[in-house]
Design a protein around this ligand. Sequence first.
Ligand code: ZN
Length: 134
Amino acid sequence: MENELSKSQAILQCKCPRCRKGEIFENSAFSLNFAKTHTNCPVCNLKYERILGFFWSAMYVSYAFTVAHMITLMVAINVLTDERPALWVFFAAIIGSFVFFVPVYFRYSRVIVLYFLGGIKYNPNPKVWEEQGE
Ligand SMILES: [Zn+2]
C-alpha cells in the first residue's frame, strides 16, 4: 500500500487537494519563480484555478499572514529591547524578514484557499479522477 498523506501533511507539502500527490507549484519556494503554479495537477489533472480569478481570494489570506507577522515582530522587538527602538528598526526588521516570508505566505495562502474554498474532496482513486475530469 502506498504511503498516503494526511490533509495537514498535504497542505504543508503543497500537494494537490484531490490526489495529494501532484505538486501545486512548479518550482521550489526558494526559487525566483516561486509563484509559478501548475494550471492542472500533474497527477490527476485537476484544474487548480477553480473559476476565473479564483486565486485573487488568496490575497485576503496573505493579508492576514502579513498582519500577523507584523504584529508578532513588533511585539517581539518591544519585548526583547529595553528601550523603545527607533522607528527605522521596526521597518528594517519587517522589510528584512519579508524577503524570506513573502514566498511562504504567497504559496500557503494559495494552498489554503484551494483546500478550504475550492470545494475539492480528497479521492485517491484514479477512476474517479477520470469521471470528475478537471
Ligand atoms: Zn491531483
